[in-house]
Each structure stands twice: as structure tokens, then as C-alpha cells.
Design a protein around this ligand. Structure first.
Ligand SMILES: Nc1ncnc2c1ncn2[C@@H]1O[C@H](COP(=O)(O)OP(=O)(O)OP(=O)(O)O)[C@@H](O)[C@H]1O
Ligand SMILES: [Mg+2]
Length: 356
């Protein structure tokens, strides 16, 4: 969503601290565009742990992050342009329309508007906004509201300071996902659906150059696929992760009892079905709210975008062309990274390319 502005920094670091893994992208700014200097991706799940989400401690992030700075030879104390993100529960984003308000009234008016529109309690809320435009005919303003809680932001800052980095710009995940797409693609008219499929959640964004912006987080993603495999095949978490990466949703060879993994339990909705259902629901809501159904394409990013068979599954179920998005398409790449373009890094890239 960020507008093109003059940028001063020469190098930037985008940092995506996900519940499963930390992704760091180090870019150099060129006269036009960016060059990838380095990147790293590290799991934060302790080895051998058959976890449920509540077993994971927020203390696990900082040591992993500190190790990444070290192996990438980045001195966190000297970082000039660090952009990181927060997402999930306690973040919220919404495009609203208000009557025209002059600058000096806007902020306080928006605070009251935000309380109406965003599910975050007033006293705890930190609010940010961006004026997207003023409608000529009505003089109404289109505004993007983004909010989080003080607690969530300070938890996030703590991870950075524990790894000896000073918090820089903090963006909301769904905005960074949008950035990585909008700054890297030739956009035609119409509406794009971006799904950043992580481990515990999927950031869903509806975005188009002229379309109303919509974002929400769907509480289904890679962890749920793994859990499903653990249950059905009686495997440990690590075995199931491995199995998932090898077979994905593609039907595996028939097991000894003559069944395939997809046909073991049809009573319960599968994770793939849950995700497709939630996306469908949001699309229906969007059509009603925005009066626009000019959907062109679904673009998948995040670690779970690599799940074999998932793009095909979503394409068939949602009846829209679906592809895994390559966030590196317009980046200058050193030879050693050329064959390693990974959709799991899209958000971190969107952060590193934030133009201010
Ligand atoms: N090749 C692969 N095939 C299928 N799944 C994969 C593959 N590689 C990674 N994953 C899955 O991707 C998930 C991690 O993705 P990602 O790094 O985007 O999540 P995260 O940002 O840490 O999580 P979240 O955003 O939910 O907090 C894990 O569930 C992992 O099992
Ligand atoms: Mg993530």
C-alpha cells in the first residue's frame, strides 16, 4: 500500500518473525530497484517437540534471531533500516470512508471511527492510518486504518532488543504482503487475492489498483496440515512435517491397508477445506461490501504455498486461477541465489522494500 516516496537508505533488512520460522532478507538499494545481498530462514520450533501452539514460548525467538544476524554477518546495532512486522490476533486493518476532515481533526476523529470498526479495545489501541484518496464527486475520504495493541507491539520490540537490534519501522503483515506484490508486479485492472499461508495463520488480502482493500487472518495454515497427518498416520510432528513436504496433498501411494491419506476420515473437514471455505466466505462478504467481484487471480505466498497440490486444490474449489507467487521476479539476484527463489520469503521482501 505504501506510496512511492524518495528513499534515503542504501541497505535494508526485512524481518518476518513467524510462529514457525524467522525470515530475514538483506537488500541493497540500486538506482532503480533492489539487489538481494543475502537472506536466511530459520525454524523456531525446538527439535523433537510434538507441540501444540500453547507450548511455544515467545522467548524462543530472540536467540534464533541473534544467530541469524551472526551468520549473515549483520551487526544488529548498526542496522539503519530495519523493517519488521506483526500480525494475527490483536492486529486489524480496514478501509473506511469518512466525510472530508482537515488534517488537524483527522487523527482524533479517526480514533473514534477506529473504535467502531476495529475489534481492538480503545484504551489498548495503537492506531495508524493512511489517506488513500479523496473522492472528487462527494469529497469523501478513503482511509486505511491499521491498529494493534500496545502489548503486542512491546512484545515484538522486546524480541528485537533481546537480539540487540533497535526496533525500526513495524508494519502490519497483510500490508507487507500487499507491498511485496504491488511493488513487484505489473498490475492490470481487477482484483487480486493474496494468501500468505504460514504455519498457524493465513493472511488473506484482497487488493487491486482501484479496488477496496480488505484483509483478514484465517486461523488455518501449515501446522494444521501437519497435525492432520500426525493424527491420521500416527506420526510424530517431525515425521509428519517431513511427510507433508514430500507428498503434500497429492495422493500418496496406497498404504498397506489399501487407503490413501485423503480418504482416511471424511467426517471431519480437512484443513484444505477449511481454508477454501474461509476464503469463499470472505469473498462473498467482499462482494456484498464493495460491490465488486472482478476477481482475477489467487496468488499464494508463505511456507505453505509450497504444499504440493494446494494451488490446484484452491483453483478447483474457488474457481479462480491460482498460482504460487515469485516475489523475486524483479530483483537483481546473485548467481548463487538464482535457483532458490522462495515464496516463503515474500513477506520479508515486502518489508525490506518498504519505501520509507
Ligand atoms: N516444502 C514445503 N511443503 C509444505 N509445507 C511447507 C514446506 N516448507 C515449509 N512448509 C510449511 O510452511 C510453514 C511455515 O511457513 P512460514 O514460514 O510462512 O510460517 P510462519 O510465518 O512462521 O507462520 P505464521 O505466519 O503462521 O506465524 C510450516 O507449517 C511448514 O511446515
Ligand atoms: Mg508468517
Amino acid at each position: 500500500m505504501a506510496k512511492e516516496k524518495k528513499t534515503k537508505f542504501k541497505e535494508s533488512v526485512g524481518l518476518d518473525i513467524g510462529s514457525h520460522s524467522i525470515k530475514l532478507v538483506h537488500l541493497k538499494r540500486l538506482h532503480e530497484g533492489y539487489k538481494l545481498l543475502n537472506y536466511e530462514m530459520k525454524s523456531t520450533i525446538p527439535e523433537g517437540l510434538d507441540y501444540s501452539p500453547s507450548d511455544l514460548s515467545p522467548d524462543r525467538f530472540a536467540p534464533v534471531l541473534a544467530g541469524m544476524f551472526k551468520s549473515l554477518k549483520i551487526n544488529p546495532r548498526k542496522l539503519k533500516h530495519l523493517v519488521s512486522s506483526i500480525g494475527g490476533d490483536n492486529t486489524s486493518i480496514k478501509q473506511i470512508k469518512t466525510i472530508y476532515l482537515p488534517d488537524d481533526e483527522l487523527e482524533s476523529a479517526l480514533f473514534f471511527e477506529a473504535k467502531k470498526h476495529l475489534p481492538i479495545s480503545g484504551a489498548e489501541m495503537l492506531l495508524d492510518y493512511q489517506v488513500l484518496g479523496i473522492e472528487e464527486k462527494t469529497n469523501n475520504m478513503n482511509i486505511l486504518l491499521a491498529a494493534t495493541t500496545k502489548d503486542l507491539l512491546s512484545q515484538h520490540s522486546q524480541i528485537l532488543t533481546d537480539a540487540e537490534a533497535a526496533p525500526g519501522v513495524v508494519d502490519i503483515e497483510s500490508l507487507a504482503v500487499t507491498n511485496s506484490f504491488a511493488l513487484n508486479s505489473y498490475l492490470e485492472e481487477g482484483i487480486y487475492i493474496i494468501l500468505n499461508l504460514g504455519a498457524h495463520k493465513t493472511n488473506m488480502v484482497i487488493y487491486g489498483p482501484e479496488a477496496k482493500f480488505f484483509a483478514r487472518d484465517i486461523p488455518w495454515a501449515g501446522y494444521h496440515f501437519t497435525r492432520e497427518i500426525m493424527k491420521r498416520k500416527k506420526l510424530s510432528f517431525e515425521e509428519a512435517e517431513k511427510y507433508k513436504k514430500e507428498y503434500g496433498l497429492k495422493e500418496e501411494k496406497v498404504t498397506s491397508d489399501g487407503k490413501t491419506i485423503l480418504s482416511l476420515d471424511i467426517a471431519e473437514k480437512t484443513t484444505a477445506e477449511q481454508i477454501a471455505m474461509e476464503v469463499k466466505r470472505s469473498l462473498r462478504f467482499y462482494v456484498k461490501e464493495a460491490g465488486n467481484s472482478d476477481f482475477r487471480k489467487i496468488l499464494m505466498t508463505g511456507g505453505t504455498a509450497k504444499l504440493l497440490g494446494l494451488p490446484e486444490y484452491l483453483e478447483e474449489n474457488l474457481n479462480l486461477p491460482t498460482e504460487v507467487y515469485n516475489p523475486f521476479a524483479n530483483l537483481e539476484m546473485p548467481e548463487k541465489f538464482k535457483d532458490k527463489q522462495d515464496p516463503q520469503l515474500a513477506l520479508a521482501l515486502g518489508l525490506a522494500m518498504r519505501p520509507e
